[in-house]
Design a protein around this ligand. Structure first.
Ligand SMILES: [Ca+2]
Length: 192
């Protein structure tokens, strides 16, 4: 019994040292100079980039949420204050514990995005032929982000997996004063 309790406690300790998988999505209007006003979107924190010295109102971060190994549908909103294009950047959480020099990977998967007030191309990662074009149509990213031909997709056979430093992105067009709501499915995944 004592041995079992010790085992349980040590498993619990390992479990709680790991970073909880979370949503982290950035909306980047720095290049186009589109200012982005956060809209309260619980359970997320939605806010401008306080660490930037210049144009922080043109960069929005969305973080938090309880992510599990099952697909969960979530959404957040913002209001663009100018016409233009902004980059939607799908990441995982920032995780740099203790004395680590570099940010560590916490992988999460996204599938089935939709937008109200803007358009997302290839929202389920099912269009085109990534084997010949190099990546999912309409999106930019690293080959390590691609999950192709998998039955555990939220929709179809494909989705993306990302972590903070290896994101997937798409340019979307926004209109002044037209609120944008981004909906998506996300799950935590264990990756090397
Ligand atoms: Ca899909």
């Amino acid at each position: 019994m004592k041995k079992m309790l010790t085992l349980v406690l040590s498993v619990a300790a390992v479990c709680c040292m790991a970073q909880q998988a979370e949503v982290r999505i950035d909306v980047d209007g720095l290049k186009s100079g589109v200012a982005l006003t956060p809209v309260k979107s619980p359970p997320f924190y939605v806010g401008n980039a306080s660490w930037l010295s210049d144009k922080k109102e043109c960069y929005l971060i969305v973080s938090g949420g309880k992510i599990t190994k099952d697909w969960t549908e979530m959404e957040f909103s913002f209001v663009p204050e100018n016409d233009g294009t902004v980059s939607l950047v799908l990441r995982g959480p920032w995780y740099k514990p203790g004395t680590e020099v570099n940010n560590l990977p916490v992988w999460v998967a996204y599938d089935d995005l939709t937008a109200v007030g803007a358009e997302i191309k290839n929202p389920g990662f099912e269009e085109g032929n990534p084997a010949s074009s190099g990546f999912f149509d309409g999106w930019g990213g690293d080959p390590s982000n691609m999950v192709v031909g998998k039955d555990d997709s939220k929709s179809g056979k494909n989705y993306v997996k990302v972590w903070h430093n290896v994101p997937v992105r798409q340019e979307i067009t926004v209109k002044k004063g037209q609120q944008v709501t981004i909906k998506f499915s996300i799950k935590a995944i264990a990756v090397e």
